[in-house]
Design a binder for this molecule. Structure first.
Ligand code: FAD
Length: 288
């Protein structure tokens, strides 16, 4: 099923993100994670794409497993470090496997990377155009409530986002954020800019102290005082930090829903117990 259909009528949706294994020998473990996670009945499940595309087959394999569990899969695809030919073959592979949804991404710039030539795409919008040429996919893109780290400012960032959306995106999913006010501002700016497709809010439950540094490095997002205090108090106690992180994410989602945000994507980090605990905390709220 296309995610654009799932997002119709502004119904509440909670979806999950997971990542594929780095080595083929771990594929069965990741499939077991899919099986566990699908029991919580997410609206759809996305599977990320490894940097440089060396594990692209793993993403398709996991997307197929998601489909086999009766959940709609969303396959991520990055373009910066792959040739246009490689990208075309991955899109064809997705088509042959009846994967209907692609999250079109540029990918992060690796360290010491030489910016690519005409054999490569430079930006995600070019990938969106190619996906559209190659098939009838539902296409999503990424967006950044706290501004993409490479962007000079908010104005430039949202201008490029608008251009990407106008290439034919069906929805956008946000980078993680921990302060809902940042998201509400971003949502307003999108509306002012005429970005009218569904915006899915990406929520990352922080369940251990190691995740904190990595999340900030990857996304550049800021933690509000309230969350800093939680980390200060519970960061050294794994069980307490996990519980506090689950509750913080659940409260963030409740506040988002109370403020009219019906589409939520949980960055599960392949932890079915965390996904399940959040869904339990929302059981009546989702079905309200
Ligand atoms: P773009 O939309 O191309 O934007 C990149 C930068 O270029 C921005 O600063 C933008 O403002 C600027 N820009 C855009 N168009 C132009 C233009 N025409 N001229 C000049 N500047 C321009 N990474 C992975 O490796 N695998 C994943 O599976 C993955 N999944 C993700 C899922 C989500 C929801 C998010 C938010 C991010 C994900 N990422 C993933 C990370 C992502 O690849 C990086 O954040 C990357 O740096 C930017 O990707 P993008 O698609 O947003 O790029």
């Amino acid at each position: 099923m296309k995610i654009s259909e799932i997002l119709k009528n502004n119904k509440v949706t909670v979806s999950f993100e997971m990542f594929p294994p780095k080595e083929w020998s771990k594929i069965e473990n990741t499939k077991a994670v899919v099986r566990e996670m699908s029991k919580a009945k997410p609206a759809f499940m996305s599977v990320t794409y490894g940097a440089a595309g060396t594990t692209s087959g793993f993403t398709t394999e996991i997307a197929n497993e998601i489909k086999a569990r009766g959940v709609t899969p969303l396959s991520h695809l990055t373009c910066l470090t792959s040739t246009k030919d490689k990208i075309s073959s991955v899109i064809n592979e997705l088509k042959q496997n009846n994967i209907e949804n692609i999250l079109a991404l540029r990918g992060d710039i690796p360290k010491d990377f030489v910016f690519p030539d005409e054999q490569h795409f430079h930006y995600a919008y070019e990938l969106v155009n190619t996906i559209k040429e190659q098939g009838d996919f539902c296409i999503g893109g990424a967006c950044y409530p706290e501004v993409h780290p490479e962007s000079a400012n908010k104005v430039e960032d949202i201008q490029y986002l608008k251009e990407k959306v106008d290439c034919g995106l069906d929805f956008i999913t946000t980078q993680m954020f921990f302060d809902n006010d940042v998201f509400y501002n971003f949502r307003e700016n999108c509306a002012i800019k005429g970005i009218n497709i569904p915006i899915i809010a990406g929520i990352m439950p922080i369940t251990n102290a190691n995740q904190i540094k990595r999340s900030v490095e990857l996304s550049g997002c800021k933690f509000p005082k309230k969350f800093e205090k939680i980390i200060e108090r519970f960061g050294e106690n794994p069980a307490a930090m996990k519980q506090a992180g689950i509750i913080y994410a659940t409260e963030q989602i409740i506040d988002l829903m109370a403020n009219g945000q019906n589409n939520i994507h949980i960055y599960t980090m392949n932890k079915p117990d965390v996904a399940e605990a959040i869904m339990k905390g929302l059981s009546e709220i989702i079905n309200e």
